[in-house]
Design a protein around this ligand. Sequence first.
Ligand code: FES
Ligand SMILES: [Fe+2]
Length: 426
Amino acid sequence: MVSQPEVARGPVAPVASAPIASVVPVASVVPVAPIDPAGLAESLLPFGESRMLPRAAYVDPAIFSWEQKHFFDGGWSCVAFSAELANPGDQRAVPVGPGSVLLSRDDDGILRAFANTCRHRGHELLPCGGSAQRPSIVCPYHSWTFELDGGLKTAKGFKGTPGFDESQWGLISLPVTEWRGLIFVDGSGKATPMEPALAELDELVAPYEPERLVIAGRHSYDAAANWKILTENYHECYHCPMIHPELCRVSPPRSGENYQPSGPWVGGWMDLRAGMDTMSLDGSSLGVPLRGLDATGLRTVIYVNIFPNVLLSLHPDYVMTHLLTPLAADRTLIECTWAFAPEAVDTPGFDPGYAVEFWDITNRQDWGACESVQRGLTSEHAVPGPLSPDEDAVYQFVTQVARGYSGQPPWHKPATTQRAGAAAVS
Ligand code: FES
Ligand SMILES: [Fe+2]
């Protein structure tokens, strides 16, 4: 049994060897978002005095376009699971910002990412969301064919054409990395490496070994709410007594504490009630405890969000992941997965339903609330409200966004805006 590191509980201490504060995983020169700067200044006031983001952040298509370009296509964002591209020849086109990226796994197991645009006349190599399994990448328009490493293999009719140099017409490569079973792409091609910025978080997540787990449950939701409303909701349990009776039965809504990270993430942990083994309708687990957890890990659930679009919920016996893909200012695709230890999944009769059903109920309660917030914010009378003492993780996320809108690295936190506070998350 591996003990969780000290960093796993309470405020997170900086990791001395990782120069996290200097990491700027979005392009270093980012234009300011077209949003009221006075409103952003209010969002960036110290916790306890600040306000939520200006209403435009949730309803204005111009802000949505800016976010797509500068948050989702301007640095690292999560696009898929490693398990979805496990084998040589696996290919998949995934949305990244306003466009899409083609992922491919080569014969040596190396994962690559390319701009999803053919070098001939620009046709998509795969439709966004589509996948293929074959030894080369074939454009469906005029059949230009590329190696899995992106090099041009054949261009029908061009053989011997004077001046045509095949080596010049390979696919456009983009940075891609795998972290704990998740695939991240840097759509800008300019971001600094992601792993150093996640060093602190990696210490928290490592005992759960999500890269070893097997996805056994999956749900897609199409929520009529802005992606930030969903994330803000995830970061507080202030709402739990009102809308989550099932959750409150297994986890005290005011338990736990939020971390004070210096990287591109926000999160906290909550306790399980006495006698409850995990988050399920009756608190019992029909899986097996994850092998790397210590006694504390077996009594708590960790909730973290990696900016901008992935939520990781680490349970004693499973990991739930929400992958958010913004579709419009008022619409978000949420792909939710539940992953369990292989020794649990291999057990005859294993049924992930105990976890899936619990969170499907809770997810739908959350999306209902978030959609109502979205509708409420369409009112021109809506003005940014204050945050409760239990919403300090919401504050951390809101200030990330506000700093990003201001053209700053989202997770550079001036000392004046930091204040420790206890709160629950869900
Ligand atoms: S656009 Fe791809 S082969 Fe013509
Ligand atoms: Fe909730």
